[in-house]
Ligand binder design. Structure first.
Ligand code: 16G
Length: 240
């Protein structure tokens, strides 16, 4: 019985958010919803809190609950270099410098859940935006998951290739960003002076089955690249 009321309330709210109301429009009050669905205000509040945590609504103290704008930013999406550049209005490019099959070694093996002797595919690519080098990328993929990758000529998006040929969709990643300076060889590839500042981004990306598929080290030139990261304050107070 309660479950049914609960479900009705949820689907009603969903419908309001997705179809009936526009962003920034106000939802009915907790009291109105409680009355309409014959549930306690606490139940309504919990449903709204859940939607708030999912960032589908936002609440303004003393004013009510409002439909949130769909917020899609780089920080909450796992994007590829190609996606990132296109979004900035630039044309992504790639020069493949190395493509080889090698033993994983301790660090990459650890990240990919392999033993050090297991084979990985290593790709080294200079990534460009409108033809300008932006980043040097070393990518390691578990060889068992991408058979014959090295036989495929590819000079575009790795993530597209993984999706289209291997049915691997990368859905989440653990990532760290560190400041660094470029050694001479890397600086030459990026066409900047040696010892220029750079950002080193290390990523372990997981597929839809939560298998670690990719370990990547991307070195971005510091003068041309900024990471935009959205941070959200957790909502805990339950006021409305
Ligand atoms: C990004 C990823 C890299 C991935 C690449 C795929 C970071 C720090 N790195 O550069 O791990 O291999 O995108 O891009 O985000 P692609 O699909 O354009 O080849």
């Amino acid at each position: 019985m309660t479950a049914t009321k609960h479900e009705l309330l949820r689907s009603h709210l969903q419908n309001l958010i997705e179809r009936e109301l526009a962003p920034d429009e106000r939802l009915p009050t907790e009291r109105e919803l409680a009355q309409e669905f014959g549930v306690s205000r606490m139940t309504v509040r919990q449903a709204l809190e859940r939607l708030e945590n999912e960032r589908r609504v936002y609440r303004v103290r003393g004013a009510g609950t409002f439909v949130a704008r769909p917020a899609i930013t780089k920080s909450i999406e796992l994007t590829s270099f190609s996606d990132d550049m296109r979004r900035r209005g630039l044309t992504p490019g790639s020069h493949l410098r190395t493509a080889e099959s090698i033993p994983a070694g301790a660090n990459v093996g650890f990240a990919l859940g392999l033993s050090p002797a297991d084979e990985v595919v290593h790709l080294e690519r200079v990534r460009t935006a409108d033809g300008v080098p932006m980043c040097i990328e070393h990518t390691y993929l578990s060889a068992a998951l991408v058979p014959k990758l090295l036989d495929r000529p590819f000079d575009n998006s790795l993530y597209d290739l993984l999706r289209d040929h291997y049915h691997i969709r990368l859905v989440r990643a653990e990532q760290s960003i560190r400041a660094t300076v470029l050694d001479e060889a890397t600086a030459t590839l990026l066409q900047v002076p040696a010892f220029s500042p750079a950002l080193l981004v290390e990523r372990t990306a997981y597929d839809q089955r939560d298998r670690p598929v990719e370990r990547a080290m991307s070195t971005y030139r510091g003068d041309r690249y900024a990471f935009e990261i959205e941070v959200v304050r957790p909502t805990t107070d339950g006021t409305g």
